[in-house]
Design a protein around this ligand. Structure first.
Ligand SMILES: [Zn+2]
Length: 212
């Protein structure tokens, strides 16, 4: 492989990162090879190690080095309370408030038809398995108050209203203290804590047939 090819391959590989266009990828490639080979080896080794050791926690779907992450295996958490978030960063934002002691489910994305991301592309199937497997009393839908987050919340509400496994579960949505368009990751701790504490009931029970 010629040098030009090797650099070209590196550039193409780097441009798979979000927000990195061809120009930035090229700059990074030259920087790593010309100025910081040690850093480049570090990145390569850390990537290989992460790929080999990180999996999804079988309960909360977050990234974890063990089958069950430390949050899910903790005995001091209320596991019957399940907070559904979009990303590990959102989970972290709620954890940092220190006021939530339940468990989580991380969708690892949101439904976004414009980007071709449907329910099958995020952790919905795993979520339904968790609901069957574990005793959940309340689900807090804490997807962001963005268009995608709201679409996902509506999808979840509708889906759960059709599932027997969820018929006795109290369903709530984080409060509007979070600004419209707000992402938990970027909101101050107090507001996130208030959004969780002031969560509101969602009526998702199936309508009883009229003549019953
Ligand atoms: Zn977990």
């Amino acid at each position: 492989m010629s040098t030009a090819h090797a650099i070209e391959n590196l550039r193409t590989a780097l441009s798979c990162l979000p927000g990195v266009g061809p120009k930035s990828a090229q700059r990074m490639a030259y920087y790593l090879i010309e100025r910081n080979r040690e850093g480049a080896r570090g990145i390569a080794a850390a990537l290989m190690h992460a790929l080999d050791s990180i999996q999804h926690c079988k309960r909360c779907n977050n990234l974890s080095e063990t089958e069950l992450c430390s949050l899910c295996s903790s005995t001091s958490r209320k596991h019957s309370l399940l907070c559904i978030v979009e990303t590990p960063a959102d989970l972290e934002a709620i954890e940092q408030t220190g006021s939530y002691k339940g468990s989580y489910f991380v969708l690892m994305g949101t439904i976004s038809p414009l980007d071709g991301v449907g329910p099958d592309n995020i952790g919905i199937e795993r979520l339904l398995e968790v609901l069957k497997e574990f005793d959940i009393e309340e689900i807090i839908i804490a997807t962001n108050l963005t268009a995608e987050g709201e679409t996902t919340a509506e999808f979840l509400t509708e889906l759960l209203s059709t599932k027997d496994a969820a018929s006795n579960i109290r369903l709530t949505r984080i409060a509007r203290g979070v600004p419209v368009g707000g992402e938990l990751e970027y909101i101050d701790r107090n507001t996130v804590a208030r959004a969780i504490n002031d969560r509101q009931e969602i009526d998702h029970k199936q309508q009883e047939p009229e003549n019953s």
